[in-house]
Ligand binder design. Sequence first.
Ligand code: FAD
Length: 510
Amino acid sequence: MAEPMRTPGGGPRSLRRIVIVGGGTAGWMTAAALAHALRGNCRIDLVESEEIGSIGVGEATIPPIKLFNRSLGIDENAFVAATQGTFKLGIEFVDWTRKEQRYFHPFGQFGAEFDAVPLHHYWLRERARGDATPLQEYAMAWVAARNGKFERPLADRQRVQSTYDYAYHFDAALYAKYLRAYAEQRGVLRSEGKLVDVALRADDGFIQSVTLGSGAMLEGDLFIDCSGFRGLLIEGALQTGYEDWQHWLPCDRAVAVPCTHGCDPTPYTRATAHAAGWQWRIPLQHRMGNGHVYCSRFIGDDEAAQVLLDHLEGTPLAEPRFLRFSAGRRKQFWNRNCVAIGLAAGFMEPLESTSIHLIQSAVTRLLALFPDRDFDPITAQEFNRITHVEYERIRDFLILHYHATQRDDAPLWRYTRSMPIPHTLQYKIDHFRRHGRLVAENLELFQNPNWLAILTGQEVWPERYDPLVDLRNDVDAPRMLGSLRRVIAEAVQAMPTHRQYIERHCRARS
Ligand code: FAD
């Protein structure tokens, strides 16, 4: 009897060949992670088209990306230098709650815990007694960001310098290039060309092969759709369906333009609300990334571009570039032998920089639920279950920014503040409003400190604080809060500036 075909080091049912369609951030992150994990025992092809290109935006990230890079053995300083990167301690939101109001969503926690009852309940009591100190003054990330300081946090949990976290801003095209070199060194085979056809197996509708314009055909066991908004495989070939969330997240367009720096790069992203959307400002080493995300129901493209140009801090470095999207997600992320990752899987606007993270978490989940050629449907079912929850809770978090606003100066804000919201979000708001409690679940990306930042930043005030606070009269909260502010201020004072830190450790070569 003939021996079953084996891949080098693989078992009889192991995948022999994976085809990734698309070479944007999603394609190359996926290729790099799979190449690292599969150790050359499964052929990996990646198809991309220079003529089509990639979306080219996606410059702000959130802290878990450090784990992704670390798991690949990427040196942080080399990576930041290669991508014109800077450091990000959080996001400053301007004019979201009402005009002239601003708040910060810091990475990390609010203060150091000094009691079993969360710190913000003590803060709420002091606030009720007349102490006007904003909660963010207890977040080291904010105090450092406000002062333009940066340094990596300490691991020692006794020190206040362990209470913050950070992520990066980088040039997305350079990040994809960096990961492409990494993946190709580990055996990923890149094919240049336009995909023109997808062949399905007659018996079960699984994808059998993809064909390029040149006539080249790539067969595979597993296909990963990283083709961007087009979703060539997951939608084009498999017609999986899309769940539209535009009634909750009505912004459907963006216009992006880079500009020169007006000042030293700040260690944070800024999101400024405008009448029909909001503007991002992302400082890189060599330029500032800017974009206006807007709702086409309430503003035209030309006017949206003008709003963006009117609010730039430096000189534009390119013509404005327009992008269209529709908030939502695929009905299934994993359908038959196809897994959609990146924009092909779904999109929620970049308000909290979650898209690159969703790529990372999809790849991590794919590896945790890695299939063999039997493709047991229970594996795809679990992948889809967790990914649905992940998308929906992020969706709720984003909706909160729009819904909990006092603005009524423009149709967008009047719509979002009065629109019906998902019951899962209403549940969280009710808990906070009634008792000051935060009820994020484990599977959620954004945890209690993140919800606390946005709820208090958007001025959703609780009716009461935790009743335990008044029963624990041995806790001298005013003194503890005061000393926390002092310790944070001293620690920040001793930090280098963001500019100095970059110069010392990771300055880009050009
Ligand atoms: P793409 O970059 O579109 O790549 C698609 C790939 O498929 C390309 O290589 C293309 O050549 C290839 N392709 C397509 N069709 C074919 C074909 N027929 N044949 C061959 N190849 C094909 N995310 C963040 O985390 N932070 C941010 O700050 C952020 N800002 C954003 C701002 C805006 C306005 C938008 C729209 C998105 C933003 N994102 C952000 C999301 C982020 O840009 C994407 O998640 C990320 O770039 C991944 O994109 P992708 O690789 O899925 O798709």
